[in-house]
Each structure stands twice: as structure tokens, then as C-alpha cells.
Design a protein. Structure first.
Length: 184
């Protein structure tokens, strides 16, 4: 919960100490500032035994805070977890509200930024990582809260269904699809 917005408040980029993003955001919020700390969930990969996601900052060592720099700049700079406010030409650099709204628009219902492509059923995709890298298939559907997808692999005389982390799948480019078609 944040305090009422000051008349001259703007969003600023806060540079934090290493691995102190959450601490800085929480401490700034304790001062009554509106903060934004966008995070992503990443799978551990296709070779790890544990499928638990890793939660990471979207921008390591950076958070956003809305405040009136004329009034609160020094207080923000000396907040635990904060290294400095990003400056250009000796002045704190304000971030346009539209940029914050754009990042917020990418937040999923789970509160994390979604960086993965959205696929349509029957769309041709390619696996871009792990032991099945460069295999081509057809996107079937999303499973497990959109973190994993079902892909129908189509290899030489074999067709199999695969459940894979969404981040390892990308839309097949028209040029690559054409090259596959002409080489078959």
C-alpha cells in the first residue's frame, strides 16, 4: 500500500546493492513510496531434476520508485538496500509513466512478468534449448498455468507428444520453415 501521490512525483530507477532488490523495494515502501519490482519465473532447464522455478528480478539490481525528487532524493539514496538513484547529467532521471504501464501490462495473474511468446494451436514451433534443441513440432496447448506447453514432435518416422517449459519453445520463422520444407 502506498501513500497518496505527491504532485511532483515521478518514477525513478533505483540502483540497488547486489541481490538487494526486494530489500530496497520493501524499505522504500515502508517510507510510503510507491514501488515497482518486476520479477520473472524461470524454469531450471530440461536437464535439472527439480522442476521448481527460479524467481529472478526482471532487471537485476534495479527497482522503480515514485517520489518527489526535490523532497525525498536524499532519503531514498540512504535507504537500506539502495546504492543510488540513476542519474544523467547529475540529475535523477525520471521514467515515463508509460514505460511502467507497459511493463505492468506484461504481468500475469501470478504477479510475474511473462516474457514468453504466445502460441496458437497447430502453429509450427522449434525447441530452442536443452537436449531436444532444434527439433520442430506443432504447438498443441499450454499446461500447468502457462509455464509448460504440449508440443507434437514430428521426427523421421516418429511422432510424439512432449511437455516442455514454454521458455524453450519459439515460433518457427517462415525462412526456417521453408528451408525444412525444401530439404524434405
Amino acid at each position: 500500500m502506498s501513500a497518496p501521490r505527491a504532485v511532483n512525483s515521478s518514477w525513478y530507477v533505483i540502483y540497488t546493492h547486489a541481490k538487494q532488490e526486494a530489500r530496497a523495494a520493501n524499505n522504500l515502501a515502508a517510507w510510503g513510496l510507491e514501488t515497482f519490482f518486476p520479477r520473472i519465473r524461470e524454469g531450471r532447464g530440461l536437464t535439472h531434476k527439480s522442476a521448481s522455478p527460479i524467481i529472478k528480478p526482471l532487471f537485476p539490481r534495479y527497482v522503480f520508485a515514485r517520489f518527489d525528487a526535490n523532497v525525498l532524493y536524499q532519503k531514498v539514496c540512504f535507504t537500506r538496500g539502495v546504492h543510488s538513484v540513476v542519474n544523467f547529467g547529475g540529475m535523477p532521471a525520471a521514467v515515463d509513466d508509460e514505460i511502467i504501464r507497459l511493463i505492468e501490462s506484461q504481468l500475469g495473474p501470478d504477479g510475474f512478468v511473462n516474457l514468453c511468446e504466445e502460441f496458437k494451436p497447430n502453429e509450427r514451433v522449434i525447441i530452442k534449448g536443452g537436449p531436444l534443441k532444434n527439433l520442430v513440432g506443432i504447438f498443441l496447448k499450454e499446461v500447468n498455468e502457462s509455464r509448460r506447453v504440449a508440443v507434437l514432435l514430428d521426427a523421421v518416422s516418429y511422432q510424439g507428444r512432449l511437455i516442455i517449459e514454454k521458455e524453450y519453445v519459439q515460433r518457427l520463422s517462415p525462412q526456417y520453415a521453408y528451408a525444412l520444407k525444401t530439404n524434405s
